[in-house]
Design a protein around this ligand. Structure first.
Ligand SMILES: C[S@@+](CC[C@H](N)C(=O)[O-])C[C@H]1O[C@@H](n2cnc3c(N)ncnc32)[C@H](O)[C@@H]1O
Length: 568
């Protein structure tokens, strides 16, 4: 295992702290966008609601030819006979029948994962017993370039289950699930004991990953022993991405040698309390990352949570309530926000907060969604991505100075306000201080709060679904500002949002053309599309790589947009 890590410029260090355990650090500089290491699954389970969307064996999505449904159990889907045969040999033969029990869906997934992992552990042990020769480290790991089964298993056996810390109801549930598994002959044949199975379930709780598709929607869950060696930070420098069932850890910022590499176990778009509570319940630690506790180097990071405030209720529940429109408080707020969005005049706002006009919202009055968005977007986009490329910010002098920013964005006049700060940290600090300097008033929608974000992001998708593109663009720009605060600049959530925003802007242009709306508005949208396509290209390449669906979609949109421009 160490060899595999070393080959990938990684070192596993032990803190000797019983909770923090080991952590992974870099032994060389790792540039943003690189795939640091890949991680093979020891077991994967599809989410019940997405069973027909991806192959039950390799987790790839396929529409042409369509996935084939298993004719016997009529539940699992596969790409082709190859995947079906592999699945059959590894696990499907044991579960290929209707399950008549009525456990809840989460328990069913845990049980399925347990059975898959137990089978793999038992096969591995049997193979080891059959091949009695002691293996040297070299023979086990080769040159370290490939993750052999031995490496995956070594990593799995080393993972923490926090067995003694689990709460009574968790212990009871895990004991029940382990005994359910042991009722099945194929699990009895593994010779694994009840305590071992309970330990594996504890390992899953603190180490498993949610498997996402390219649109960042969860489609399953997996045990990835190598990826599970990375510790958590609410401000991570790496993310775990999936290609089918293979996980890989990507750097989302430049990582200097000897730096801990961290990923985030919870969505960073939650309040500090929510994150702390769920990290403690599931992983048993108190998060002291740069965002959770005041960092000396980057003090503005802890101000992000001061800005965001608390969730009004449990986030998922709030989402549910939003969907159902039942909760009067939330639907009142939704109606008020929608009215603000309807009344916000995009052209007026663009004029007021144009870089040359030096406009800023009245410092005596609370911020409204429109002026908040138009004023602060000038701090962030696209400057969060290009602050370290000053040549891109040069004024267009003479006839020929051409830079990618002048291709994609307005050249920035020297006297422009607010000035582009010269580092990422300065941009963030200046913007956050400025936001916090505005007064707030009870009953007003406070733009930077989390509850406003959750209403606006749900409205953003609803307005797109209904083809209300002008509203969608305003909401999308607002959500962008919040994402710039919450996520590191090359985070997949931000990259994906840039692309969706570019598409919304493009659809707005098409819709405006259809209804013959005014030309000046069209110019504003065109500038938006250029800007969001550029930002999307820059971030998608780093966060997702240049081989996936999002990169293709970005290039396609750019191609259509540039072609239309030429035709005009
Ligand atoms: C997925 S494992 C990470 C690898 C683990 N440190 C190990 O040695 O196997 C998750 C566990 O690591 C520890 N951990 C992860 N991130 C941490 C952090 N930021 N602070 C303290 N402990 C952390 C907790 O014990 C958590 O349950």
């Amino acid at each position: 295992m160490e060899n595999y890590l070393k080959y990938h410029n990684l070192i596993l260090e032990d803190t000797k702290d019983t909770i923090r355990g080991r952590f992974v650090k870099s032994s060389a500089k790792l540039s943003k966008g690189i795939e640091i290491i890949t991680s093979q699954p020891l077991g994967t389970v599809a989410l019940p609601q997405t069973l027909n969307e991806s192959c039950n064996y390799c987790f790839r999505k396929q529409t042409s030819p369509p996935l084939q449904r298993c004719s016997q159990c009529k539940k699992a889907y596969f790409c082709d006979m190859g995947c079906f045969k592999n699945a059959w040999l590894s696990y499907h033969q044991y579960v290929c029948k209707a399950d008549t029990t009525n456990r809840d869906a989460e328990d069913d997934m845990d049980l399925e994962m347990l059975e898959r992992v137990a089978l793999n552990v038992s096969r591995y042990k049997k193979r080891k017993e059959a091949n009695q020769q002691p293996q040297t480290d070299q023979a086990v790991a080769g040159d370290g370039s490939e993750e052999s089964v031995e490496i995956t298993m070594q990593a799995f056996f080393s993972l923490v289950g926090h067995d003694s810390l689990q709460q009574c109801h968790v212990k009871e549930k895990h004991t029940f699930l382990a005994s359910e598994a042991l009722k099945k002959p194929f699990i009895q044949q593994t010779s694994l004991k009840l305590e071992e199975l309970v330990h594996y379930l504890n390992i899953f709780k603190s180490n498993n990953f949610s498997i996402n598709d390219t649109d960042m929607f969860a489609i399953g869950e997996g045990t990835y022993p190598i990826a599970a060696l990375f510790n958590h930070s609410c401000r991570p420098n790496a993310v775990v991405m999936f290609e089918g069932a293979l996980a890989s850890v990507h750097a989302i910022e430049d990582i200097e040698p000897d730096t801990e590499i961290t990923i985030s176990y919870v969505d960073a778009a939650h309040s500090r309390n929510y994150r702390q509570k769920s990290l403690h319940e599931k992983y048993f630690f108190q998060c002291t990352c740069e965002r959770c506790s005041a960092s000396v180097a980057r003090p503005y990071l802890s101000l992000i949570d001061t800005l965001l405030g608390e969730e009004t209720s449990d986030w998922d529940r709030a989402q549910q309530l939003l969907d159902q429109h039942r909760n009067t408080n939330i639907s009142d707020k939704r109606a008020r926000i929608l009215q603000e969005v309807e009344e916000w005049d995009l052209l007026e706002m663009c004029k007021e907060y144009d870089r040359k006009s030096d406009g800023c919202p009245d410092p005596e009055k609370p911020l409204e969604l429109g002026n908040y968005t138009h004023y602060f977007i000038q701090f962030f986009a696209p400057y969060l991505l290009t602050w370290n490329q000053p040549e891109l910010h040069q004024q267009h002098v003479g006839q020929t100075l051409k830079t990618s920013l002048t291709d994609f964005d307005d050249p920035l006049p020297e006297f422009a306000r607010p000035p582009v700060q010269s580092t990422y940290d300065e941009i963030m600090k200046t913007a956050i201080d400025k936001m916090l300097s505005y007064p707030t008033k009870d009953g007003n929608v406070i733009p930077y709060r989390l509850d406003t974000l959750s209403v606006c992001s749900s409205l953003f998708y609803d307005e797109m679904a209904q083809g209300h593109w002008q509203n969608a663009v305003k909401l999308g720009m607002y959500v962008l500002i919040q994402y710039c605060l919450i996520y590191p600049p090359y985070h997949p959530m931000l990259a994906q949002h840039f692309l969706v925003l570019a598409k919304a802007c493009w659809n707005s242009i098409i819709q405006n053309e259809l209804i013959g709306d005014n030309l000046r508005l069209e110019k504003v949208y065109e500038r938006g599309v250029r800007r969001w396509i550029m930002s999307s290209k820059e971030t998608v390449a780093v966060a997702f790589g240049k081989h996936g669906k999002l990169w293709r979609e970005t290039l396609e949109l750019e191609w259509i947009f540039l072609r239309e421009q030429k035709l005009k």
